[in-house]
Design a protein around this ligand. Structure first.
Ligand code: HEM
Length: 155
């Protein structure tokens, strides 16, 4: 059961973080190079909205259900937020951050669409690209620490 749950958990993480990596590495630079503020904003909204509805939201739910069940089955919940449970602790922190971002999505889109000058929209997209790299870095750190800790690489 633990093996099956871990496999489902990892597949959901792969889809989700793989998608974030694609948006950060491939889509974001393409948007920055696009001509026209409205075109940029609409394309960005289309990609982010579709990605979060079809991939991120279901994967967030699947990883929560499988992750919490794994914590309960392995008894690791007792040591949560301590060094001996570093992997799942970092995972939970990253998971919470994504949920906060998902709930602020509307506010982010509003901030982009409110900008009338193309210089300002350019700044917003540059900041968004930096933010994408930051969140991707944290996600990869969670995967790295999670696998390292689960296979005796830390303690
Ligand atoms: C509510 C959120 C989450 C919970 C409760 C959770 C919990 C767990 C647990 C208990 C395991 C089994 C391995 C172990 O005991 O250390 C695991 C495996 C794993 N998790 Fe999470 N997780 C969550 C979210 C995430 C996120 C956001 C990521 C990556 C960004 C992630 C990446 C992984 C990976 C790669 C493994 C496989 C480790 C291995 O066995 O090699 N998890 N998770």
């Amino acid at each position: 059961m633990i093996g099956l749950l871990t496999a489902i958990h990892v597949v959901s993480i792969l889809l989700w973080i793989g998608g974030v990596a694609f948006v950060t590495i491939v889509v974001s630079p393409l948007i920055l190079r696009m001509e026209g503020s409205l075109k940029k904003a609409l394309f960005f909204q289309g990609v982010e909205h579709r990605f979060s509805r079809i991939v991120v939201t279901p994967c967030i739910l699947v990883s929560l259900i499988t992750g919490v069940t794994l914590l309960l089955l392995t008894g690791e919940w007792k040591t949560l937020f301590s060094l001996s449970c570093l992997g799942p602790t970092v995972m939970i922190l990253v998971w919470v951050l994504y949920v906060v971002i998902l709930f602020s999505e509307r506010r982010i889109f509003r901030a982009i669409f409110i900008q009338k000058e193309s210089a300002r929209i350019e700044t917003v997209f540059r900041r968004l690209t930096v933010f994408h790299w930051f969140i991707l870095g944290l996600s990869l750190l969670a995967v790295f620490v999670g696998v390292l800790a689960a296979h005796g690489g830390i303690l």
